[in-house]
Design a protein around this ligand. Structure first.
Ligand SMILES: [Zn+2]
Ligand SMILES: [Zn+2]
Length: 444
């Protein structure tokens, strides 16, 4: 009897979790009085992310298409993990200003447990998401962060996880008007639901959602948003509703003859999440420094990414260069043993992240910081292995041995895990000693 009850509670939790992926939730199940009570729905949804990714891969294969590429998929997951691991350190600090404005300056006193407040918050968050997203594409310094989400040359649900680590800090400014009325807990709930909804719309497996295409942002609309063809630039910024694009003149429907080339106009040949997260900021700084006048310096940072002195042509107004369709996707084919090694160690880091997410509040801050840094470093070094970087063997040896020499001091390790890391470290040291590199076949 008890196990029957447990099973039905479990299946109801699973169906609620699944519903959240599509914004199908009972408002009264997701109203909270304080921010502290709001669950981390986003990280709780990682099992759904993985399930959806596997299903999408299978469907793509059944449709006769190429499935999700392992290196590109891992890069997407690594960028998402970087963001979520970082959040364990700054613990929602980016929302502090929102709470401060609500506490001191709110104009309306909306009841936190009312369905009307819930609906207003849903529409409000989506409206400001539109403007935040639009600014991320049209203001150079914001694009420096948001472009991470557009770095994949593929279009699959992994891209939904591929997010900028720092965009949250800049993006929050756009939501601040909501703090004049919407309670912080309601805001946090809908901010997460909005990102959960946007996970599954990154797919080529769903052609059309019929009449829902008129009001909702769908895979079809979002495919256009991720294209690098001129007709795909600066359109379909909506989060959950596509109505905002129709209202503000940025909507473009997918056409039968469209041949979308996904990714950036100037593609980045790398699977290293650190490179993808930072290279564009360096470019914006270079552009800023290259001008002498303050007016031009400011424009280099705050104007459109395509801005140059005297140039008024936007990327979207340019003629499509036919060469865009002959572009070869960046790819590195690793030896099979290396892929198996990478998957084993990636799985261990995923497990470590899961444990850290569950128990971080019980651990001292220094321990959390050390583990966060270890996960950060691991994800970056995995990216170097995927790129077959000549420096990867050295850093991987250092990573493996530092687990048994440093990380072991703050968290207990099983002896089998310790042995695996020692053996892995010694293996890579012998690689370094022999001046060997990973024999990856690069295509770009
Ligand atoms: Zn975008
Ligand atoms: Zn997207």
């Amino acid at each position: 009897m008890e196990s029957l009850c447990r099973n039905s509670t479990h299946s109801s939790e699973v169906s609620k979790g699944l519903g959240r992926m599509f914004y199908l939730v009972n408002p009264q199940d997701t109203v909270f009085e304080t921010q502290k009570e709001v669950p981390n729905f986003y990280v709780q949804s990682w099992p759904y992310f993985f399930t959806f990714l596997i299903l999408e891969h299978i469907i793509l294969k059944l449709q006769g298409k190429k499935g999700i590429r392992l290196n590109d998929g891992i890069t997407s997951i690594s960028n998402g993990l970087l963001l979520e691991t970082g959040r364990l350190l700054w613990r929602g600090g980016e929302a502090y200003l929102y709470t401060w404005i609500y506490t001191n300056w709110r104009l309306l006193e909306l009841p936190w447990d009312s369905t009307v407040t819930w609906l207003l918050a849903a529409v409000g968050v989506d409206f400001f998401y539109y403007w935040m997203h639009r600014a991320c594409h049209e203001v150079h310094v914001l694009w420096a962060h948001h472009q991470v989400h557009h770095t994949s040359e593929d279009f699959n649900m992994g891209v939904g996880i591929r997010q900028s680590v720092l965009q949250g800090w800049c993006g929050f400014i756009f939501y601040l008007p909501l703090a004049l009325a919407i309670p912080p807990a309601q805001f946090l709930v809908h901010h997460q639901f909005s990102y959960l909804y946007m996970f599954w719309i990154h797919t080529e497996t769903i052609k059309s959602l019929g009449p829902l295409e008129y009001i909702l942002n769908t895979p079809s609309h979002h495919r256009i948003h991720h294209g690098s063809n001129p007709y795909c630039i600066d359109v379909n910024y909506g989060g959950v509703l596509i109505l905002w694009d129709k209202l503000f003149g940025t909507f473009r429907a997918e056409q039968e003859e469209d041949r979308i080339v996904y990714g950036l106009i100037y593609q980045q040949p790398s699977f290293n999440p650190l490179h993808l997260q930072t290279y564009y900021t360096r470019y914006v700084m270079q552009k800023y420094k290259s001008f002498d006048s303050w007016k031009h310096k400011l424009q280099a940072v705050l104007d459109r990414p395509s801005w140059k002195p005297g140039n008024t042509i936007r990327f979207r107004d340019m003629e499509e260069d036919p060469a865009i369709h002959a572009q070869v996707k960046y790819n590195v084919i690793l030896p099979k043993w290396c892929t198996a090694y990478l998957l084993t160690h990636y799985g261990l880091i995923l497990y470590g992240f899961h444990q850290l997410f569950l128990y971080n509040s019980e651990l001292p801050t220094t321990t959390v910081a050390i583990l966060v840094l270890y996960i950060f470093a691991s994800l970056i070094i995995f990216g170097m292995i995927l790129d077959a970087s000549p420096k990867a063997p050295f850093y991987e040896a250092l990573r493996c041995l530092s687990l048994v020499l440093v990380v072991k001091l703050v968290v207990p390790l099983s002896s089998s895990l310790e042995l695996l890391y020692v053996l892995s470290g010694v293996f890579w040291l012998s690689y370094v000693g022999a001046y060997s590199e990973i024999k990856g076949l690069k295509l770009d």
